[in-house]
Design a protein around this ligand. Structure first.
Ligand code: KG4
Ligand code: ZN
Length: 357
């Protein structure tokens, strides 16, 4: 079965074609990726310091068809070869979701194909299965994106149990807000990570929120406030020497990254212990963070568990993960696929409510 995937939940337009045959034959899942196209709107939103929803929607409209043509050309397939259309139904920006939903449903209806609405986080959760070495069910997923920070127990396709989540800012949001405080462009996650490499550890005593809370929840808004206080303190000193300013920023970025990584790693290990799982999966945009990856790898060696990552280019939003999650759902019974033409999006959507029964 060949499934077309459409992602338009936020600021990336992603389109991909996925063939389920390798998966069904027990071969590595990544062999099913036939073609893909991705356009990031980051350059467009940068000047505004964040995503402007209306601009995002309009840009998705402009990009989605050329990206489909690109994916088809890359795969050597025609529209008539597609068996089902998967699209991100939520959560995300309403207008942006509507573009993907309208496009996917119209195409499905025109081609007389079933369509399936995919939960964006399910796409992220399952994307490590597309790595060179893939985890086996059950595993724990640490899902760290711009909008979510969650620990999930994943027992199978459509079998998700929320173990803990952030009470306020998401990890990616904390990265982006801290980046803004340090004068870096949106979305600053990757830039902070780079800056932190030049910083000295332990210069600033930043909080490690909820490290000892005893549960699997997170909170990152206090960390951002602590960074703001340090920035204000430094500004009061009126230092103009550019190398001193640069060192301050790098040291602060380093302490910030160290704090956030310590909390994420510690809670992920706690989730492994609590559930008896031996496999951890890192997913979502912050999963591209090298300090977090290194820290998880170190702990995995020490404490005898395995960590799996999606291919680096599939950590942030893309169409492949939606095509893949949609494809695996299509193979399951009672998967929620539909041929209805309603553009039913779910800007707010709890992943567990979409579990397969
Ligand atoms: O999963 P994603 O592409 O979009 C959402 O579903 O939210 O995640 C985007 C987030 C942004 O907050 C971005 O700053 C962060 O992922 N990010 C990173 C890195 N690369 C992307 N954060 C830390 N380190 C990185 N290398
Ligand atoms: Zn995402």
């Amino acid at each position: 079965m060949i499934v077309l995937g459409i992602e338009t939940s936020c600021d990336e337009t992603g389109v991909a074609l996925y063939n389920t045959t390798p998966w069904e034959e027990g071969k590595p899942a990544f062999q099913g990726i036939l073609g893909q196209g991705l356009h990031s709107q980051i350059a467009m939103h940068k000047d505004y310091g964040g995503v402007v929803p209306e601009l995002a929607s309009r840009d998705h409209i402009r990009r989605v068809l050329p990206l489909l043509e690109q994916s088809l050309a890359q795969s050597g397939l025609k529209l008539a070869d597609i068996d089902a259309v998967a699209f991100t139904q939520g959560p995300g920006l309403a207008g942006a979701l509507l573009v993907g939903s309208a496009f996917a449903k119209s195409l499905a209806q025109g081609l007389n194909l079933p369509s399936i609405g995919v939960h964006h986080l399910e796409g992220h959760l399952l994307s490590p299965l597309l790595g060179q070495t893939a985890p086996q069910f059950p595993f724990i997923a640490l899902l760290v994106s711009g909008g979510h920070t969650q620990l999930m127990r994943v027992s199978g396709i459509g079998q998700y149990e929320l173990l803990g989540e952030t009470l306020d800012d998401a990890a990616g949001e904390a990265f982006d807000k801290t980046a803004k405080l340090l004068g870096l462009d949106y979305p600053g996650g990757a830039a902070i990570s780079k800056l932190a490499e030049k910083g000295q550890p332990g210069i600033f005593d930043l909080p490690k929120p909820m490290l000892h809370s005893g549960d699997l929840d997170f909170s990152f808004s206090g960390l951002k406030t602590a960074v703001l206080n340090q920035v204000k303190k430094f500004a009061e000193k009126k230092i103009v020497d550019s190398s001193e300013v640069a060192q301050f920023q790098a040291d602060l970025a380093r302490s910030f990254v160290d704090s956030i990584v310590t909390v994420l790693v510690s809670k992920a290990e706690k989730a492994l212990k609590q559930t008896g799982c031996k496999q951890l999966v890192l997913a979502g945009g912050v999963g591209a963070n090298l300090q977090l990856r290194n820290a998880l790898n170190d702990q995995a060696k020490k404490n005898d568990f395995e960590v799996y990552y999606p291919p680096l280019e599939l950590c942030t939003d893309n169409g492949v993960m939606i095509a893949f999650a949609g494809a695996l759902r299509m193979l399951a019974k009672n998967n929620g696929s539909t041929t209805s033409g309603a553009f039913d999006i779910k800007p707010r959507w709890d992943l567990q409510s979409n579990n397969l029964v």
